[in-house]
Design a protein around this ligand. Sequence first.
Ligand SMILES: [Zn+2]
Length: 375
Amino acid sequence: MRLRARHYASGQAIEVICAEGRILSIGPPTGEPATHQADWIAPAFFDLQINGCGGHSFNSPQLTVDQVRHVVAVCREHGIAALCPTLVTNSFESLRHGFATLREACVARELDRALPAFHLEGPYISSEDGPRGAHPREFVRKPNWDEFRKLQDAAGGRIRLVTLAPELDGALVFIEQLVASGVVVALGHTAATARDIAAAVAAGARLSTHLGNGSHALLPRHENYLWEQLAADALTASIISDGHHLPPAVIRCLVRAKTSNRIILTCDASSLAGLPPGRYREWDQEFEVQAGGKVTVAGTPYLAGSGVFLDTCVSNVLRHADVSLVEAVDMAGARPRALLGLPVRSLEAGTPADLVLFDWQPGGELHVKHTLTSD
Ligand SMILES: [Zn+2]
C-alpha cells in the first residue's frame, strides 16, 4: 500500500509504503500511483473517552459484542484507530455486564488493539448537581475496592483508567490501591478543595478528566478546583474541544496554562454521536441532536455528551489555541497513549501502521480521508 501526503511534523511531501500492518519504508514521492493520498499523514488518533456512538452505548445493560465492533468501525472513519471504551456511573450489574462484553469483544473479535484500555468514569464521584454532570445520582457511591476488583476481573484486567472525586471518604487509600495495581487515576466530576487535590496528586493521580466540564455553573473566583488543577503540573488535563463544551477563549487559556505537553483532546462521544439531527429517546429521557453535532437534553440547554469525534476536536484546537499541527495531533494521540503507558505511534519504518490521512488548511476543518490500522 502506497500513501502519499505531507508529514504532519516536517511538512515535507512523503510516500509511505505499508504492508501487513507495518510501515515498511518512508521516502520522497515517486511517480507510482498512490493507494491513498491527502494533504497530511500522521499517526492515527487515540481517544481516552468514548461512551459509544451511532445509537449504541457502552453503558447499555444490553450491550453486545457486535455493537462494540460497530462503534470501533465508526470511530475509525474519524481517524481514531484506538480508544478507551468508557463506562460511567451505573449499577454494579450494568458495569459488570459492560466490562465483560468489552472483554469478550477483545478476546473473541480481536479488538485488543482497537480497545487497549478501558475507562471507568464514576461511580465514585461527587453527588452534587454540577460536578455530577449527567451521571445518575442514584448510582453515585463511595470508593469500594472490593467492587472495583470484581469489575476489573470482569474486564480481564483491562481497566487502565479510573475517573473519581478525591474528596470522597476513602478516596485517597483507593487512589493508592489503584496506582499500585497499575491503573492511572484521573480527577473528575469533583467538588474537591485545594487540599483534596494536593492529597490526590501526592497519592498518584495524574489526570484531570474533561477539565472545565462536569463542574458547578458558578464558582468562587479564586479558590476553586479549576485553578488548583490547572496549577498542578503533575496533572495532565483532558479537554472536550468539540465546539460546544468549552468556549474558544477557555480552550486557549487551558492549553496555554498546561502547555500542549500536558493537554489531551477527547471527544467524549455520546451514544448519539454520528446520528443525523433529530430527537432520540434513550434511558427514559429524550435527547436532541442539533445540526453541528450538539447533543442536548431535549428542550433544555444542557449538554448530554458530544456529538462529534476527535477530528473535529483537533480542528477546533488548531483554530482556537494557536498551536501547530504537530502539537494538535499529538494531543490527540501521543499524549493519551503515553499517559496510559501504551506504545506511542510514530511515522517511522518498522513501526505499526496506525495512520490517518487527512485534508486540512489553516483556519479550516480537518477532513479524514483514510484511517489505516495495524490490526
Ligand atoms: Zn464526564
